[in-house]
Design a binder for this molecule. Structure first.
Ligand SMILES: Nc1ncnc2c1ncn2[C@@H]1O[C@H](COP(=O)(O)OP(=O)(O)OP(=O)(O)O)[C@@H](O)[C@H]1O
Ligand SMILES: [Mg+2]
Length: 228
């Protein structure tokens, strides 16, 4: 169960090359953290993995259950929550995730209401998502993607807008998802979040400078001793 990235090249049209000959074997059904300084290419890499960007060269293959899988269902929490929403009200925003799944609209409404209860936004279901705070937007985006049961959940610095209480709830939720077999790819620069990773990928200016366990990464790159 891995994502195999081989000989991947990528550049944005107007810029010089970002990735050249990237090779990665990323474990699935684990908590993978991608880290690195601002501009190192973290967001670009997850956009390539999820298909939002296309590589100029090379391959990205998903190996699951002993075979190559083509229809991977991604949940993607964008770095900027303002990029996330397309509907006029909060309830629609959650419910649309359930479209095309053969559910009746009554069922969809019940599911959406449950999700909104869980994130304490049920009373605001008729509001526009644009009126929410950064943290509320992040919670709404998460609730929307959780009910779709993605194979791979991509979280691009999800905690940047979240208060500590909501962060802890997210960490617990991720634990549950991992146990259910979901793969989590989490972009983070925070030592306490990197520490929770099963596998760390560190980037620097478009190059992979480290892959492996979090303890060695923190020791060698962040000067931080790992406490089990
Ligand atoms: N749409 C774009 N067009 C052109 N260049 C881009 C685009 N998006 C990102 N870049 C450039 O590609 C490089 C990698 O950007 P990316 O957003 O992947 O980095 P990042 O590691 O996610 O940074 P941050 O921690 O600030 O989010 C940067 O030099 C950035 O300026
Ligand atoms: Mg980024």
């Amino acid at each position: 169960m891995r994502i195999q990235i081989s000989a991947l090249d990528f550049q944005y049209k107007i810029r010089q090359e970002l990735f050249r000959n990237i090779n990665l074997s990323i474990p699935l059904q684990r908590r993978v953290v991608i880290t690195g300084d601002s501009g190192s290419g973290k967001t670009s890499l997850v956009k390539l993995i999820s298909g939002l960007l296309k590589p100029d060269k090379g391959q990205i293959i998903f190996e699951m259950n002993g075979a190559t899988q083509r229809n991977i269902h991604f949940g993607y929490l964008f770095q900027n929550p303002d990029d996330q929403f397309i509907h006029f009200n909060i309830e629609r925003e959650v419910a649309f995730n359930l479209e095309n799944r053969g559910m009746s609209s009554a069922e969809m409404q019940v599911k959406a209401a449950e999700a909104l209860e869980e994130i304490d936004l049920i009373d605001r279901k008729s509001d526009s998502p644009n009126r929410l705070s950064g943290g509320e937007k992040q919670r709404l985006a998460l609730a929307g993607m959780m009910i779709t049961q993605p194979d791979i959940l991509i979280l691009d610095e999800p905690c940047s807008f979240l208060d500590i209480f909501t962060q802890i709830r997210l960490y617990e939720k991720i634990d549950v998802l991992i146990k259910q077999g979901v793969s989590v790819i989490w972009i983070s620069q925070e030592v306490h979040e990197i520490r929770m990773a099963d596998y760390v990928i560190a980037l620097e200016q478009g190059q992979v400078i480290y892959t492996g366990n979090s303890a060695d990464y923190l020791k060698n790159f962040r000067n931080s001793d790992y406490e089990a």
